[in-house]
Design a protein around this ligand. Sequence first.
Ligand SMILES: Cc1cc2nc3c(=O)[nH]c(=O)nc-3n(C[C@H](O)[C@H](O)[C@H](O)COP(=O)(O)O)c2cc1C
Length: 193
Amino acid sequence: MKPRSKHLVVAITGASGSGFGVAVVRRLAANLEVETVTLLFSATGRRCLAEECGLTDKDLAALSPKIKLQNEKDLGAAISSGSHRQDGMVLVPCSAGALGRIAAGVSDTLVSRAADVCLKERRPVVLCLRETPLNRIHLENLLRVHDAGAVVMPLMPGFYHGPKTIEDLFDAFATRVLDQLGLPEPDARRWKG
Ligand SMILES: Cc1cc2nc3c(=O)[nH]c(=O)nc-3n(C[C@H](O)[C@H](O)[C@H](O)COP(=O)(O)O)c2cc1C
């Protein structure tokens, strides 16, 4: 039976590592099981994308017709309601600020509201924190979101697959994110022992 098409949300927030976000968006858009990728930025997320990747939000949205750029100021957007059909959310990179808002249940931005909705509806939330070192507040917040159902997947790429370029690192990490969303990629390089 053909699996039903999936609708995912990707939030790029104001932390370093927006190249990981680009890789996740690319791979989701290329995945045959994915119908739409709702792409959401925080203001600082947009700035990090420009500074680190030389890209705008519109450049990223132009990669595929599946990608729908969402105005983050619209708190009444479809993704802010549990009644809207969607299948999970990735925050990549996720800032310590976004983590804190989600951990505290403060839904005052569309990013934190959309994550809150996914958690309450028991949909997958993959939270790719980028901060170092971590203080006690970060650590406690990570435990809170973990206990609320999120997958905590800090931006810690593996090196055992022999990456030659930074894109290799981004891609390998993105593959692991898709695994968490139940979207394993048939051509992914996997450790065979
Ligand atoms: C260029 C730049 C890089 C930043 N990198 C990080 C980072 O790696 N991790 C982090 O938690 N915050 C980082 N910050 C700070 C956050 O962007 C800031 O706390 C912001 O309020 C987070 O809110 P947001 O999640 O809505 O983007 C950075 C800010 C700038 C301008």
